[in-house]
Design a protein around this ligand. Structure first.
Ligand code: C5P
Length: 410
């Protein structure tokens, strides 16, 4: 429910503007009040009269409407809401947001607001995939703007691909999560992510190719379902998401200490690629060649297994403990053995042999293994894998007794 919440809804130009009317209806059904703002391009697709009628409120249109300035200035309008939603968001408005422009009412409100912003992009597939749009999206993500969709499918322009605005109910779910009303409201989820680095000397270290992309995507997805997320991350290439508690670490031993400090948690997901060993004879100064041609002898000791440690806790064991298994052969068999060996509830297994391009890439093909058996998911963008997994986590925490069986509707 969204009882008493106020949503400032900006409708920009695009064929999906008609869906904004349904979105308003759905929000009002859930008890939210909607203040609509229609851009000039949006008016080509829906009329201010229909928007105002469905919202039951005045539809704001032009920037320099002096009557409105006297009634309610644009600064106040941008602050009076609990959340600002842009649906549909055209490529043009996204570009103006990313550039920080304020050349009409919509962009001015977006620049003036101190509230969270949710964007539902809608555009032709080529426009969505264009590097300029993707650059703008990355900039806005960095500014902690949240996105819902776009979905993939047939488009009004006759092409097929990503670019369709998310369905109104998907947008409602994202709004509920952002206003703290998602299914994981009040739950604490702990995630480890990225590689670890094990020092050899002051300038050298042992690490691995993990980008941290899957862990960051998981943190975003769980945050978007309303969870409080503690994100313990090694030095990853992928930036940490906003709206989560980030705990940066370097070594596996640091990571274990950060995980212990973050407990208790309702669920813990170990997506980090943790080094198995650390060097015990770390040199205090940079190692030099000594002219003999003999390489220095590094000595190693095993790192703590963080996943196995947490899965084996008597006190403070999270209700759901999930591990990842990056394998290069016999994925399912190795992962199933790992589930038992580590004592976790689920293992998310994937094939990271170089030919798959998964490690460091944008997609993942996973097998979800639990006591109930193995389930193969199709190859999907890491964001989508994260959303499906987050939905499973939410379902399992609703019914803790079923933690051993993934079930649900991925
Ligand atoms: O044994 P392996 O490294 O393949 O297990 C992978 C799983 O165990 C991952 O979930 C990883 O995050 C976790 N792990 C850990 N601590 C380690 C090694 C692995 O938490 N030292």
């Amino acid at each position: 429910m969204l009882t008493g919440k106020r949503i400032l809804l900006i409708i920009s130009g695009g064929i999906a503007a008609y869906k904004a009317l349904d979105l308003i209806r759905r929000l009002r059904e859930r008890g939210a009040g909607v203040t609509p703002v229609l851009t000039r391009a949006g008016e080509a697709f829906v009329t201010p009269l229909s928007v105002a009628a469905i919202a039951g409120e005045k539809c704001y249109r032009a920037l320099f409407d002096l009557t409105d300035e006297a009634e309610m200035g644009h600064i106040e309008l941008s602050r009076a809401a609990d959340l600002v939603v842009v649906a549909p968001a055209s490529a043009d408005l996204i570009a103006r947001m990313a550039a920080g422009q304020a050349d009409d009412l919509a962009s001015t409100l977006l620049l003036a607001t101190d509230k969270k912003v949710l964007v539902a992009p809608s555009m032709n597939v080529r426009m969505w995939l264009h590097p300029a749009t993707q650059r703008n999206i990355a900039v806005l993500r960095g500014d902690d703007v949240r996105f819902v969709g776009p979905d993939e499918g047939d488009m009004a322009c006759g092409e097929y691909g990503p670019g369709r605005m998310a369905e109104p109910l998907e947008i409602v779910a994202a709004i509920e999560a952002m206003t703290g009303e998602g299914p994981l409201k009040g739950r604490h989820v702990l995630i480890t992510s990225g590689p670890t680095q094990e020092p050899i000397d002051p300038v050298r270290y042992i690490a691995n190719r993990s980008s941290g992309a899957q862990g960051a995507a998981l943190a975003r997805a769980l945050r978007d379902l309303g969870a409080r997320v503690t994100f313990v991350t090694g030095p990853a290439r992928e930036p940490s998401p906003g709206g989560v508690d980030v705990v940066p670490v370097v070594t596996a031993r640091d990571m274990l200490a950060a995980v212990q400090a973050a407990l208790p948690a309702d669920a813990a997901i170990f997506a980090a690629a943790v080094a198995d060993w650390h060097v015990t004879n770390v040199s205090g100064s940079k190692m030099k060649k000594d002219g003999s041609g003999r390489p220095p002898a590094l000595e190693f000791a095993e790192n703590p297994d963080i996943l196995a440690h947490v899965a084996g806790l008597k006190k403070d064991r999270p209700a759901l403990v999930v591990g990842f298994a990056a394998e290069t052969d016999d994925v399912e068999a190795h992962a199933a053995a790992k589930l038992v060996r580590k004592g976790c509830d689920w293992i998310v297994a994937n094939d990271v042999s170089p030919a798959t391009g998964i490690m460091g890439g944008g997609e993942n093909a996973v097998t979800l293994i639990s006591a109930a058996g193995a389930e193969n998911w199709p190859r999907l963008p890491k964001d989508e894998v994260a959303r499906r997994l987050a939905a499973r986590v939410a379902a399992a925490l609703r019914k803790p007794a079923d933690a051993g069986a993934p079930g649900g509707d991925a």
